[in-house]
Design a protein around this ligand. Structure first.
Ligand code: GLP
Length: 264
């Protein structure tokens, strides 16, 4: 594929209505994702946008800022809710997801900071924090579009592999594999918080639209399991097969294990 190319994949999985696009480069992937997000906002300016952290959506956020500067999308009426936050963590800490969002998106677009919501990493009572987060989202009519990345182990938000899908926002004890994967952004694995607060699978499944971005070879197995595997809490992203409006936008490395990609 050339760098600017985007190809739609035909999944043979009859259960799944997920749309999948493979992009020839990270830039093409990010532009495609940004055009979907910006298009949805343009159709409904008072939009509830669900956001994700991680390195995968950084290009998408850069493209959204470019579109905003070019006057092609307006965030003045947009309200955002982020998926997750480490717990405990000071929001001013440069490893917090609040810091990440300010740096990679909120400081670069015309959004009202009062409309940006990230779970508070220093909440004295995490149960109250989680319940209020769910209530606020529900009272505003639910998330219009949720942006997702995916963990190497198939997690979405911080919904880790395990026996259950958990519905609402909750506290999570991070798995060793996630602590290890995320330690690349800290000085050492010892500094990675052991817990997080995360929206649940219900929050994500109730979003009217979902856009998932993934790139690189480390995501190939998770993408394979999510799209062509059984629906199982051991790959939390596999539940997205049941969502009526999901688009995966992935690069060739992340797509490399899919039967549908090999058949191209
Ligand atoms: C973190 C976040 C997830 C994110 C994942 C992948 O654990 N909680 O929301 O999708 O990392 O991160 P990256 O995009 O850096 O690979």
């Amino acid at each position: 594929m050339n760098a600017n190319e985007i190809k739609a994949l035909e999944l043979s999985n009859k259960r799944s209505g997920v749309k999948v696009f493979v992009a020839g480069s990270y830039e093409a992937l990010s532009k495609k994702a940004a055009s979907i997000v910006a298009g949805a906002i343009n159709n409904k300016p008072s939009f509830l946008l669900g956001l994700a952290t991680g390195t995968s959506p950084i290009g998408l956020y850069e493209e959204l800022a470019n579109l905003n500067h070019e006057g092609r999308v307006d965030f003045s009426e947009v309200t955002t809710y982020n998926l997750d936050e480490y717990y405990p963590i000071d929001p001013a800490n440069d490893q917090s997801y609040r810091y990440f969002m300010n740096k990679h998106l909120f400081n670069n677009i015309n959004i009202d900071m009062n409309r940006t919501h990230v779970l508070f990493g220093q909440a004295p009572d995490w149960k109250v924090e989680c319940a209020e987060y769910d209530k606020a989202i529900a009272e505003q009519g639910g998330i219009d579009l949720q942006v997702l990345g995916i963990g190497n182990n198939g997690h979405i938000g911080f919904n880790e592999p395990g026996r259950d899908f958990i519905w609402g926002t909750h506290r999570v004890e991070l798995t060793e594999s996630t602590i290890e994967a995320n330690s690349r952004l800290f000085n050492s694995a010892d500094e990675v918080p052991r817990a997080a607060l995360s929206m649940g699978i219900g929050n994500i499944m109730c979003a009217k639209q979902v856009v998932l971005v993934a790139n690189g070879p480390k995501k190939a197995q998770a993408i394979k399991d999510a799209l062509e595997g059984e629906i199982s809490p051991y790959c939390q992203a596999s539940i997205l097969q049941l969502h009526p409006n999901v688009t995966f936008i992935i690069d060739e490395e992340a797509a490399s294990m899919l039967d549908a990609y090999k058949a191209l």
